[in-house]
Design a binder for this molecule. Sequence first.
Ligand code: ZN
Length: 162
Amino acid sequence: MPSFPTKSGASNFAVRVFLSQISIEIGRFNKKTHFKEIITKFNNECAYCGSNNDLEVEHIIGINKHEVGLNIKSNVIPSCHDCNDNKQKKKLDWQRQLELVVTDKSEYHKRYNKILNHLSSKNASIDEHVVGEIKKIAEELYKEVSEAIDKKVKLIKLSLRP
Ligand SMILES: [Zn+2]
């Protein structure tokens, strides 16, 4: 990642804030009150590889404009640092990350179903058409932020002319 701020960085950040605000409307995930319960549900193990060290908060569906995941309980699972890091760095979806770390077929299906089940648990199954709507608006927001920056830069460019 570049060390200077970029337009795409600003647009991505705006989309993440937007998704985070929507999460508040639905019932935002709170690490202090919810994570312990989720970890217990997953037997104190990484939902992907089964390791039990250093469990971190992992969003199954990424909070970005491509995946439009939300910061809500049903989108959070425990993950070890390695799985979390690998999934994020390589921009993998959860199914792919699971495939990479679980070779045993029946174990794979067990974990796959457990994650899927958690993802569709009661307090957060959002209607598919709402998800489509969120995605559309997130894309608009991404574009708008980028265009707003361009516009403002253009204003200054004019003043800089000799
Ligand atoms: Zn893991």
